[in-house]
Design a binder for this molecule. Structure first.
Ligand SMILES: [Zn+2]
Ligand SMILES: [Zn+2]
Length: 129
């Protein structure tokens, strides 16, 4: 009697565990449902090419990392740790491209952390006097 109840309890716990695992497995791939969706694309800027570009999560996930912003790298190689940014490999030159911003109005991609303050915004928005 005693062992029978214990077995039922164990079975119930196993079922709960299995159901939980099934829910967990079913839920996790849903987070990146369509990583190739252009609507999810992020803007990047390559300072070697001097050009911005868009990559979908499926494209940037292969090379995404945290690294030093090229504009803040000191000649000694130490660098400023506060300038650590998301980086990817530039598909054009293979160099380092940094996370950038895209102007919703003009579609211009610019680097808000550019070493040159003049380039930290969309050149077509609010032109300087
Ligand atoms: Zn490049
Ligand atoms: Zn603009």
């Amino acid at each position: 009697m005693q062992s029978g109840r214990q077995r039922k309890l164990l079975l119930a716990l196993l079922l709960i565990g299995a159901a939980g695992a099934a829910v967990w497995f079913a839920a996790s791939p849903a987070e990146d449902a369509s990583p190739d969706d252009p609507a999810l694309a992020k803007a990047w800027y390559c300072h070697r090419c001097d050009a911005g570009f868009l990559l979908t999560p499926a494209e940037y996930e292969k090379t995404i990392a945290r690294g030093m912003h090229p504009a803040y790298q000191s000649p000694e190689g130490g660098g400023d740790m506060t300038a650590s940014v998301l980086i990817v490999q530039c598909p054009t030159c293979g160099g380092v491209a940094v996370a950038a911003q895209r102007c919703e109005k003009h579609g211009v991609i610019y680097d808000p952390r550019d070493g040159d303050p003049e380039k930290r915004r969309c050149p077509q928005c609010d032109p300087p006097e």
